[in-house]
Design a protein around this ligand. Structure first.
Ligand SMILES: [Mn+2]
Length: 225
């Protein structure tokens, strides 16, 4: 990572492999157990999905953490298709776990998810027209520790077509790079979700998601020097 002066080959990391079998029943305990174990050992969890519904389970393993969610969708429904834990209820579940939640890049809200307790959010249009979106988010989210959840559909589909619910007029990858770099000292965990390789034979989405993981590791290790 030339910008950060970091050689990724010299950074220790471990791929735990798939921690979730394809069953929503096992998902909650598998994710919470895995993240708890990592935090107990002082490790920095990077979770890759898959379903956005994993995020609330990950966040529940932290005490007192601010959460930034990058997502085209508000995901504020209380239930979706009868389920409490769904990709369409992810932000709602997270909002029950923290007082400090900011959802960024939103451009799709259903009328049935609008109620008086809407979470704080910024639209993709607002984010894209800001001079320094990363600085704005850093100042807006109070407290110390921050957990970052990246739903790849926050990006414009031209950069990340391989997602379940693509929404045009999304943000550019550089904004996410800047957010990761700006928040790197405050971050205590990160996930990248909704990558769906089956919808993207060119692997554009996976390639960008992988680079965002590199950006995270590079910016954190680089700032230690
Ligand atoms: Mn989404």
């Amino acid at each position: 990572m030339m910008e950060y002066g970091v050689d990724l080959n010299r950074i220790g990391f471990h791929d735990l492999g798939d921690i979730v079998e394809y069953s929503l029943e096992d998902l909650e305990t598998s994710v919470i157990d895995a993240v708890n174990k990592l935090l107990t050992h002082g490790k920095f969890p990077i979770i890759l999905g898959g379903e956005h519904s994993i995020t609330p389970h990950v966040v529940s393993a932290y005490d007192d953490v601010g959460v930034v969610i990058l997502d085209a969708h508000l995901d504020h429904r209380d239930t979706y298709e009868g389920m409490k834990n769904s990709h369409a209820t992810a932000s709602r579940r997270v909002s029950e776990l923290t007082d400090e939640l900011l959802i960024c890049g939103v451009r799709s809200i259903s009328s049935d998810e609008i109620d008086e307790e809407l979470p704080q959010y910024i639209t993709s249009g607002e984010l894209s027209s800001m001079q320094d979106p990363a600085g704005y988010i850093d100042e807006r989210v109070k407290g110390g520790s921050v957990y970052l959840s990246i739903d790849m559909d926050v990006l414009d589909p031209s950069f990340a077509p391989g997602v379940g619910n693509p929404e045009p007029f999304g943000i550019k990858p550089k904004i996410i790079k800047d957010i990761i770099s700006r928040l790197s000292d405050r971050l205590v965990g990160m996930d990248i979700v909704e990558v769906t390789p089956e919808y993207d034979p060119g692997e554009i989405t996976s390639n960008l998601a992988a680079r965002l993981v590199y950006e995270l590791i590079g910016s954190r290790e680089g700032s230690k020097r």
